[in-house]
Design a protein around this ligand. Structure first.
Ligand code: IPE
Ligand code: IPE
Ligand code: MG
Length: 237
């Protein structure tokens, strides 16, 4: 079958991996890798916006990442504070909306407050939406969604037979967002690591050996070009 060019993806998801190895290669502490990673994210958000993506979802901190040392988790949280503060200055003027997925109730109160402020402030923006996955795990997201649906059944407002795939999608943190057509993972690892388990069912995967802080605008374009020239069958013919 001839390869057909596909339209630009509407939604790209990225597992931003390799910050620690980037730092180790330079004999720097891991937190410097995370700092460089945050800078890479700013560049990639701008590039994604210019390319005309509607949604960009980035994996910033997983439900498993709490297992790291107190120092590293603390450094990541401090960077997050700084990032959110900078966002208010840098992206506030752009037409970029910010939305967080994941269970933020485990984050420090001041960070939760910052997130709520930014989400509220950027609500009306109708350019690209950046979804930042914080204390996010695909299984935890499904667990929370299932609990919410079970509650509705218990309350008598939903019949078990009415639970369609669409209802499950709407119970997730990404409710209303189209599934990503493309998922990128940097650093040479080829696994999902509990990212968007439900939403990635039909996504194309793009893996690169580049470490996240080294990932450039050109790499993003390359991933999208590869995607556009690829054929997808959705299990049909
Ligand atoms: C990804 O980089 C960032 C987070 C998980 C917070 P890593 O910190 O996982 O970097 P490597 O995989 O150790 O190189
Ligand atoms: C996935 O990377 C999570 C983030 C990028 C935030 P990890 O480095 O935590 O995943 P594993 O340990 O390689 O599966
Ligand atoms: Mg890693």
């Amino acid at each position: 079958m001839a390869k057909q060019e596909k339209a630009m993806p509407r939604h790209v998801a990225i597992i931003m991996d390799g910050n620690g190895r980037w730092a180790a290669k330079r004999m720097l502490p891991r937190k410097m890798g995370h700092k460089a990673g945050a800078e890479a994210l700013e560049r990639i958000i701008e590039a994604a916006r210019q390319l005309g993506l509607e949604h960009l979802t980035v994996y910033a901190f997983s439900t498993e990442n709490w297992k790291r040392s107190v120092e590293e988790v603390g450094a990541i949280m401090d960077l997050l504070r700084l990032y959110l503060k900078n966002y208010l200055q840098k992206f506030a003027k752009d037409n970029v909306r910010m939305h967080v997925i994941g269970d933020i109730s485990r984050l420090d109160a001041d960070i939760q407050e910052q997130i709520r402020n930014i989400e509220e402030m950027s609500k009306g923006k109708d350019g690209m939406t950046v979804h930042i996955a914080l204390n996010y795990g695909g299984r935890d997201e499904l667990r929370r969604g299932v609990t919410a649906l079970a509650r509705q059944v218990q309350d008598g407002v939903l019949e078990p037979e009415e639970i369609t795939e669409d209802i499950i999608s709407q119970s997730l943190d990404t409710a209303g967002v189209p599934d990503p057509e493309l998922m990128i993972r940097t650093s040479g690892e080829e696994r999902i690591s509990n990212f968007l388990l439900w939403q990635l069912a039909y996504s194309e995967f793009y893996f690169t050996d580049k470490l996240w802080p080294d990932f450039t605008e050109e790499d993003l374009k390359d991933a999208i070009d590869q995607y556009c020239g690829r054929e997808r069958r959705f299990g049909g013919r």
